[in-house]
Ligand binder design. Structure first.
Ligand SMILES: [Zn+2]
Ligand SMILES: [Zn+2]
Length: 266
């Protein structure tokens, strides 16, 4: 019924409890999850999750905050993206939130890394999983410059303004909401969620972090994505069932994943 469009099951907090995580998912009716890659070094373990479990898929990419790691070129990203069960490029993007004493100018390496990922997505036609924080102008500019109007994807864990959401929607992107949507002080974000058309909304946990209310502060896992769906349903004044189905169908369409029935379910 539900899909977690963004989780990190290969992170130390979750990687030794994948069986437990998958049982909790089944109990919470979270059928599927997308395991997100943050470094090329991590890719083999993210990919193993996706090839080893029929309800998990994965991406390939280097997170903007990953430093001192292998820097792939377009060709290397394309080779990894062509592997089975890799359905997206990312997570990638820009993050100027923690500059650690550097200027935005000095973050040129991040912008170059992002450009390489957009070029790879454009070349292979897979959707981009975009992470942007305190850097929306540059993120949008690079997507426009490198995307050539053909790159699609999702702005994940969205916390930006309505203007940024509109720009992302205009570029053909989806907007994904995490547990932050449920936080008490997130009224502005809930207003954005109210305005984003349901057919462009995704839901995610970004686990192991950002557990939604009522589990805020605890270890997060894909089994908690229904709390995000419930909040989105409340914000949009829709039935939970409607939001669950729409966000699952949006996920299938964007990442070209067959629905469980098409795949020979139920
Ligand atoms: Zn992210
Ligand atoms: Zn993430």
């Amino acid at each position: 019924m539900y899909v977690d469009s963004h989780c990190h099951l290969s992170f130390p907090e979750l990687r030794d409890r994948v069986d437990e995580v998958r049982s909790a998912m089944a109990a919470a009716r979270v059928d599927r999850a997308l395991c997100i890659c943050t470094t090329i070094e991590e890719f083999p373990s993210v990919h193993a999750l996706a090839t080893g479990h029929d309800n998990l898929w994965c991406t390939v990419g280097v997170h903007p905050e990953s430093e001192g790691v292998h820097e792939p070129g377009v060709e290397e990203l394309l080779a990894l993206a062509s592997r089975p069960r890799v359905v997206g490029v990312g997570e990638t993007g820009l993050d100027y939130y923690r500059l650690n004493g550097r200027s935005v100018e000095q973050m040129a390496w991040q912008r170059e890394r992002f450009r390489v990922h957009v070029r790879a997505a454009r070349a292979c036609g897979l959707p981009l999983v975009v992470h942007t924080r305190s850097a929306s102008e540059d993120t949008l500019a690079i997507l426009r410059e490198e995307g050539g109007g053909s790159v699609r994807g999702v702005f994940h864990c969205f916390t930006e303004t309505m203007e940024v959401a509109r720009a992302a929607l205009d570029l053909g992107f989806h907007v994904s909401f995490s547990g932050i949507l449920t936080f008490r002080n997130a009224e502005a974000l809930r207003a954005v969620a109210r305005a984003v058309p349901l057919e462009r909304c995704l839901i995610e946990t970004d686990s192991p972090y950002l557990a939604p209310v009522p589990h805020r502060g605890r270890l997060n896992s894909p089994a908690y994505v229904p709390f995000v769906a419930a909040c989105l349903a409340e914000v949009k004044q829709l039935a939970l069932e409607t939001v669950a189905r729409a966000t699952s169908e949006n996920f299938e369409r964007l990442f070209r994943i067959p629905s469980p029935t098409e795949a020979g379910g139920p």
